[in-house]
Write a protein that binds this ligand. Structure first.
Ligand SMILES: [Zn+2]
Length: 254
């Protein structure tokens, strides 16, 4: 994978924003790949916002966000209401986050946040734009990346090195089961996944997951039986082949 932007593409553009947009978008189409099937990506033709691409073979859709800063706590996105609507209808794309070096126009990091990790709970409203702004009153949103489990941040390029393609594709596909549950159910599944990740163990006990009860209660204040909810998610994760029960109250990640 060539990690350099093609700077020839930027000739004739004046604003830095436009230069980066054109170079990063072309770079992704020429060098990245569909994380579901490994195929090459394509630009959308016409009436689609820039930065969007798709895979002809499996029809996955992608949106590119480029930034000279590494991935932080949040990603700034467009209109809040549009984003919520897309999540509800299931037509939200997978998000590529490309972090480049402005000094030498090189890709430092490229990661993908699969669409099955995007729930309404992680979309945060921004304050409306001031009256002086061109789009006064518009309400944008941030994607709160800190709430996403680590398995939902797949690096294709990390610190200037390409990651193994087969592993990336494998990691994307093994979590596709998340798409089977919708809305609040998916939210619960992702919350429990995040707790399991925080344990950072291959084998763990039910009691250890229960230790996140308080945290989960803050996220789901109306629920009065958090422990039952935890057990239900663990059962679903077992049915999906993510983990197995070894003996009573003991689990192993597969
Ligand atoms: Zn594909």
């Amino acid at each position: 994978m060539n990690l350099d932007f093609d700077t020839n593409l930027a000739l004739g553009y004046h604003s830095n924003l436009q230069k980066i947009r054109i170079m990063s978008e072309s770079w992704v189409v020429d060098n990245a790949y569909c994380v579901r099937c490994g195929n090459k990506l394509n630009h959308f033709k016409n009436n689609k916002p820039v930065g969007d691409m798709y895979c002809k073979k499996c029809k996955e859709e992608f949106e590119l966000k480029s930034n000279k800063a590494k991935l932080g706590k949040k990603i700034v996105d467009g209109a809040y209401s549009t984003m919520i609507e897309k999540i509800e209808n299931g037509d939200v794309p997978n998000f590529f986050y490309l972090n480049y070096s402005l000094k030498d126009y090189k890709v430092n990091n490229l990661l993908i946040i699969p669409k099955h990790y995007l729930t309404k709970e992680i979309i945060i409203k921004r304050p409306p734009l001031p009256q002086t702004a061109r789009r006064a009153g518009c309400i944008g949103c941030n994607i709160d990346v800190s709430l996403i489990p680590e398995s939902g941040k797949l690096y294709l390029v990390k610190n200037g090195h390409e990651e193994n393609r087969d592993i990336v594709i494998d990691n994307f596909n093994k979590m596709l089961f998340l798409r089977k549950s919708k809305g609040e159910l998916r939210g619960w599944l992702l919350d429990v996944l995040k707790c399991i990740e925080l344990l950072n163990k291959k084998e763990f006990a039910l009691n250890e997951v229960y230790s996140f009860e308080k945290y989960l209660k803050t996220k789901h204040p109306k629920n009065n039986n958090i422990q039952a909810k935890i057990r239900q998610q663990l059962q679903m994760l077992r049915d999906y082949g993510y983990l197995a029960f070894t003996k009573r109250g003991q689990y192993i990640l597969l």
